[in-house]
Design a protein around this ligand. Sequence first.
Ligand code: FAD
Length: 462
Amino acid sequence: MPHALFLDELISTLGAEVAQRGDDVPERYHTDWSGTPPQRPLALVRPRSTDEVSALMRLCTAHRVPVVPQGGLTGLAGAAVPVAGAVAVSMERMNAIEDVNARTALMTVQAGATLQAVQEAAVAAGMVFGVDLGARGSCQIGGNVATNAGGNGVLQHGMMREQVLGLEVVLADGTVLPMLRPMLKNNTGYDLKQFFIGSEGTLGIVTRVLLRLRPAPQARATALVAVPDFDAALSVLARMQSRFGNGVAAFELMWDSFIQASIRWQKLQPPFGQAHALLALIDVDGKDEATLRADVEEALGEAMEAGEVADAVIAQSVAQARQLWKLREAPAELNTNMHPPVNFDVSLPQADIGRFADACRAAFDARWPGHHSLFFGHVGDGNLHVSVDGATANGDCEGVEAALYHLVGEFGGSVSAEHGIGLHKKPYLGASRTPAELAVMRAIKQALDPLHLFNPGKVFDL
Ligand code: FAD
């Protein structure tokens, strides 16, 4: 039992309430949302403070025991799945909203606070938080930082990186890096916090986060717009941005197969009397509800006259807006309805997304006639999601991945727009990063985690 001494010391240092042996770890900590086969960790640690995280890491360094940081386990790349012989570190108990200041537009939270708790605290202070995504009720701010999460608000506010003003991070040897300075400008050498944003738990454990808040929009209009083809969708986006500027808060595009699946899986009413090739879900922020709605209606009317829009509905209430957004929430149903879903999160030059979707469908159909695939995404920022039902591709999930990533390479795109690399996209990282870039990544890893204790085997091999 090579780990027996370590486990005894772990439990005597942190206490049985914080540290559990592997045999006692509930199954929900064995895997994440990605469908990666479960793995029991050596132990589970659920720290209550930065000091406890630091004590854990000192012990892990002394015993050369690796750790896998875990947030809300909603990740779609398998990055938080335990590794054999490693300690899983769940941040769920460090979930305090420590400070919200509407005057400075800043919030300090512990890493285990859920995204939804952060959003609600911001709204209670008359502000908003700039990141939103479907897993908001479960995913944690620490996980959002570690994956540099994107989601629905990127068009207006940027990704998670743009919302983070400061971080507190625990390094492999237990050192605490207190980088929580409430200043936008700070050109004093390397911006160290940026290394940890998007590092997928491979460089340190994020324990606290200083977040930027945004002014709450006074009014929001939501429209669901049927467009005849992809180029028309881009014309509508350009039209809306030229009229409403940064007020265009979301531009989500859904292809017909996604729309039909969403209606079926969620038992929704079809939004229009007839099916359309593409639907765009558009949020626009402004000052006054009635004026904004009228302006959006006018803009869409002009788009209709120009042949860019076939049909449109503008929500007349918050409840109706939520109902329209429900159509976009089908991804939460993927695991139940696809066997298994083969999920993609690619980014592409925006103008090429329509052609890319057509090329994927054609490539899949040539190999697996009658296959079932869904196309949808945050197209306003160049991000396309694709889900293929593995069962309809004869279970050849690897073949589906190889075919799609081959096309990503041909179109000059990225294999991960926002979900990260984790385990699932590791074989394809080289398609989006040059050998020189990978060498720098490895050098950073070596400098910050010389014993390779953090999340071994994730993102890249050393
Ligand atoms: P986990 O899954 O627990 O972990 C993810 C990674 O972060 C792992 O590498 C883990 O080691 C690391 N990590 C977690 N906490 C810490 C910490 N405190 N310190 C260091 N490392 C840590 N993602 C998007 O970007 N955009 C979307 O629109 C989106 N929509 C989604 C919709 C659904 C229905 C689901 C299920 C997922 C979606 N995701 C989306 C993916 C997922 O929600 C995000 O990647 C999220 O940021 C993960 O947060 P988490 O707390 O669940 O992290």
